[in-house]
Ligand binder design. Structure first.
Ligand SMILES: C[S@@+](CC[C@H](N)C(=O)[O-])C[C@H]1O[C@@H](n2cnc3c(N)ncnc32)[C@H](O)[C@@H]1O
Length: 241
């Protein structure tokens, strides 16, 4: 993996104005409807790798005991503020070693930062190591090769403290024959005193075929299948036998 994007370091304090918990309620319900019946006896604990600001976790914590991990201390601080009742641990999804097992492991929209096969396979092995026998991992890359579409989107929120953010996100694949795509961001950031500044950021993300994903999951020891969620995202559900 490369150096972390600015969004997850010096701009992390703006996360809740870009992608706050309120944006994740429906997605969390869909995930829970898949995850809760996936494990027998019913799951109680969940480890998230790459929890970001904990916007998704915010909607899972009422149903599961969460351990939230991320490689960025700045994002972990945002997550802690959004989810003070949860356990937080700094760590890289490729190498994390907690010496504990969970009923569920989740890697949501963080797995694309594994932009080469070795990083994806290392993250899958981390998930496997941290699951009890009979547990399940859910891995949700934003795209697999078969579902990739160039997109442009805009958004942003106003905070109660007078700060505001608006963004333009531009996603494209400069080289369809390799295993990556790009996302570029323009941010307008309004401070409490009303001053506005512009910032930009560029992310390089991994893009692999569905078959490669399933092969890597099986190779790690999982029994895996995939489905599309209502938003067109590929969801890999992998069971540790
Ligand atoms: C889009 S954000 C996740 C947002 C999250 N789903 C939420 O609900 O707020 C992606 C996160 O992946 C994290 N990340 C990137 N590479 C990582 C790695 N190697 N190990 C752990 N986390 C990583 C980034 O620091 C960032 O916080």
């Amino acid at each position: 993996m490369e150096e972390l994007p600015r969004l997850y370091t010096e701009l992390a304090e703006w996360w809740n104005l870009l992608s706050p918990p309120s944006h994740y309620a429906e997605e969390a319900e869909d995930l829970l409807s898949m995850l809760l019946p996936a494990v027998d006896p019913p799951p109680r604990t969940l480890l998230e790798l790459g929890c970001g600001g904990g916007s998704l976790a915010f909607h899972l914590k009422g149903r599961l005991k969460l351990t939230l991990t991320d490689v960025s201390p700045q994002m972990l601080a945002v997550c802690r503020a959004n989810n003070p009742e949860c356990e937080h641990i700094a760590g890289d999804m490729r190498t994390l070693e907690l010496g504990r097992e969970f009923d569920l492991v989740l890697i949501h929209d963080a797995i694309m930062y594994a932009a080469d096969p070795a990083s994806v396979r290392a993250a899958i092995r981390t998930a496997y190591r941290h699951l009890r026998a009979g547990g399940a991992a859910a891995i949700l890359p934003d795209f697999v090769k078969e579902t990739f579409e160039p997109t442009t989107s805009t958004g942003g929120e106003d905070g109660p403290d007078g700060r505001g953010l608006r963004y333009l996100e531009w996603i494209w694949d400069p080289c369809p024959t390799d295993d990556t795509y790009e996302a570029a961001y323009a941010f307008l950031l309004r401070e409490r005193d009303g001053t506005v500044r512009a910032e930009s950021d560029r992310h390089r993300l991994g893009l692999f075929s569905r078959a490669a994903w399933l092969r890597w999951l099986e190779e790690a020891g999982f029994s895996a299948a995939s489905r599309r969620d209502p938003w067109g995202r590929e969801v890999f559900i992998a069971r540790k036998l």
